[in-house]
Write a protein that binds this ligand. Structure first.
Ligand SMILES: *Cc1c(COP(=O)(O)O)cnc(C)c1O
Length: 376
């Protein structure tokens, strides 16, 4: 093997308006570049405690078991399923996009039985169908659903789904990867039992961490497991020995120390702006983007009543070359927008307005770039 001869990597400055990652602020990037501390250094442990409190604020919860899993959103998903699902457990999974399908795979790999409630991609999960499934399966342990379906741009009614789960004595697992920081989310108010998110969507941090939170009820269920969690790395009882409240911290794994600085910085931005204000900004910018997109003759594919402000799906007009438009935006305008996924591949564009990137400048840039590429 001859010695390679590469140079340092200096990416161009893109504007990221796809389904994530979103634009990371200079403040967050600066935090990432600060000196690395030992992962059990008392100064770093103090920072970990602040991150937990900041996450409790973002999730709106008092849950003690609230922390970032040291891996991306998909690992937070696995952490929730691996800890709560035991072999033979029944889980109702609502699917109206890509991510519900991944939940199903998680249930199966934990040895559970996934009972699917399917709705059309682009439509909301039908509460009546969920209630029918709950009635038909009185021994169901968990109801799992995606709050903000990034693959379609649909907001599922998390509050109502959690109410239904409680009515039928079920725990809930909620995917909040794209919802956290972008739309209303109230973990304690809605009594969510297990929730996971990601850092690279509306928190506008670098990818690679997954904030999670478990209710006391969920923690009890985990502590009363009959079988050990099949994943050593994601076993929350072990992870808590490292991220635990006060007292001694034991080595479990080496936290991605600098990424935790970055998460802290991005959560400070949310704290300083205020949650409600952040939600309002996403809605306001969405309305501005919508006006511009409709001005270009593009049509939204999701009903206004349950449209996500942070993920805007519009139909690709007849005769327009999907891949060519996206590559011209990237190459000529340094602008990334998202392609359709799964059932919507080739049919829609997904335009993200997430976190730091959710601002008037980006909205205007997106509209003017699209206008040029579409020849309007
Ligand atoms: C992005 C996303 C995930 C996966 O997160 P990764 O960080 O890519 O692993 C899961 N669920 C939803 C709804 C997402 O948008």
């Amino acid at each position: 093997m001859t010695k390679p001869n590469f140079q340092s990597f200096h990416p161009q400055q893109r504007t990221l308006m796809g389904p994530g990652p979103s634009d990371v602020s200079p403040q967050v990037l600066a935090a990432l570049a600060r000196p690395t501390l030992g992962h059990l250094d008392p100064t770093f442990v103090g920072l970990m405690d602040e991150v937990k409190v900041l996450l409790q604020y973002a999730f709106q919860t008092q849950n003690k078991l609230t922390m970032p899993v040291s891996a991306p959103g998909s690992a937070g998903m696995e952490a929730c399923f691996a800890n709560l699902v035991e072999p033979g457990d029944k889980v109702i999974v609502c699917q109206n996009g890509v991510f519900g399908g991944r939940m199903q795979q998680n249930v199966i790999r934990c040895g559970g039985e996934a009972i699917m409630v399917q709705d059309e991609w682009g439509k909301q999960t039908d509460l009546a169908k969920v209630e029918d499934a709950l009635k038909a399966n009185p021994d169901v342990k968990i109801l799992a659903f995606v709050h903000a379906e990034t693959s379609t741009g649909v907001r599922n009614d998390a509050k109502a789904l959690c109410e239904l789960a409680r009515k039928y004595n079920c725990l809930t697992i909620v995917d909040a990867v794209t919802s956290l920081g972008g739309i209303e989310l109230d973990v304690d108010g809605w009594q969510i039992d297990a929730i996971y998110s990601g850092t690279q969507k509306c928190l506008s941090c670098v990818p690679g961490l997954s904030p999670v939170s478990f209710s006391e009820k969920a923690v009890d269920v985990i502590q009363q497991r009959k079988t050990p969690v099949q994943s050593w790395f994601l076993d929350m009882q072990l992870v808590m020995g490292y991220w635990g409240q006060g007292g001694q911290r034991a080595y479990h794994h080496t936290a991605p120390v600098n990424s935790v600085y970055a998460l802290h910085e991005s959560l400070l931005a949310l704290q300083n702006e205020g949650l409600e204000q952040a939600w309002k900004r996403h809605q306001d910018m969405h309305l501005m983007l919508r006006e511009g997109l409709e001005g270009l003759g593009l049509e939204f594919v999701v009903d206004e009543a349950y449209r996500l402000p942070q993920l805007n799906s519009v139909g690709i007009p007849e005769g327009v070359d999907d891949a060519q438009v996206r590559s011209r935006l990237l190459n000529e305008f340094n602008l990334e927008i998202g392609a359709g996924l799964g059932a919507l591949a080739g049919k829609v564009w997904r335009i993200g307005l997430m976190g730091y990137g959710c601002n008037q400048k980006n909205v205007e840039y997106c509209i003017s770039s699209l206008a040029q590429v579409l020849g309007k």
